[in-house]
Ligand binder design. Structure first.
Ligand SMILES: [Zn+2]
Ligand SMILES: [Zn+2]
Length: 266
């Protein structure tokens, strides 16, 4: 009798392991480059092949604006930051918003590929550690409920969630809301962009912000209008310092070209 049971159990185990193997064959783990879709040798933190990774233009501290992190030939203060007072204390981006970065962001934001967030957030986490910033908590850029419903997800929330899990930082989800739908930022210059988005964010829980060093996570830094408007609200609510970390930032000479082309900007 005992032998029979053990035989039955063995049989069960055999089929279980067989199904597991078959499952892996039918549903292989997603190990393709997110940019060129070439197979990757194994599952990796940053799901990009070597060739695509080489094409990304990373922004280092020795070649960016000290304030907003826009890529420059050497460390300096860019024309936007020297002419206008920024509401945030410091902003940095992982890379320049061109070629591979544009492709990743467009697919992530508009083509229904939210799974791209892990690779982007992992790269942002690496940047955060290199910068040695000490932030108390993390916020993401809220969308109006209407916009979120239309897209199905808030892309910056996905980024921030994974970023916080990775670095074990507290994520504050409900302290700030977007109160009005802003008109499309396309064809607007630096000043008009700031004006358009000004006062469209509201801090609903000041206690969560007061006296804190807050980090805002966003996908793309263009003129900094969005992060600037959020920073203003956070500072008004008593935030000590506001840091901004984005995946990519447009180059100065390209900024207004991107504004013109980016019809779907928030
Ligand atoms: Zn590739
Ligand atoms: Zn700057």
């Amino acid at each position: 009798m005992n032998n029979k049971i053990s035989f039955a159990q063995k049989l069960k185990q055999f089929f279980k392991s067989l199904f597991k193997k078959a499952d892996k064959l039918v549903f292989p783990p997603n190990i393709k480059c997110l940019s060129c879709y070439r197979d990757l040798p194994q599952k990796q933190e940053i799901e990009l092949c070597e060739d695509c990774l080489k094409k990304i233009r990373f922004i280092n501290e020795d070649c960016c604006c000290k304030v907003c992190g826009t890529r420059l030939k050497q460390t300096n203060i860019c024309s936007n930051c020297s002419k206008n007072k920024r509401n945030f204390d410091i902003a940095r981006s992982v890379c320049v918003y061109d070629e591979i970065a544009v492709k990743l962001i467009i697919n992530f934001k508009f083509n229904g590929a939210p799974y791209i967030h892990k690779t982007l957030a992992n790269m942002m986490a690496e940047k955060y550690l290199n910068l040695k910033w000490k932030c108390d908590e993390v916020l993401f850029v809220p969308l109006t409920p209407k916009k979120q419903k239309k897209r199905g997800y808030n892309q910056t929330e996905l980024l921030a969630k994974h970023f916080c899990e990775k670095l074990n930082l507290p994520l504050v989800c409900d302290a700030i809301i977007k109160t009005k739908e802003t008109k499309q930022q396309s064809n607007l210059g630096f000043v008009d962009r700031q004006e358009n988005i000004k006062q469209s964010f509201k801090v609903t829980e000041k206690a969560k912000i007061k006296g804190k060093n807050v980090l805002i996570i966003d996908d793309v830094f263009t003129t900094g209008a969005t992060s600037g408007a959020i920073s203003r609200s956070l500072k008004d609510a008593g935030a000590k310092k506001v840091f901004v970390l984005t995946f990519a930032s447009t180059e100065l000479k390209n900024q207004f070209e991107f504004i013109k082309n980016d019809k779907k900007d928030k």
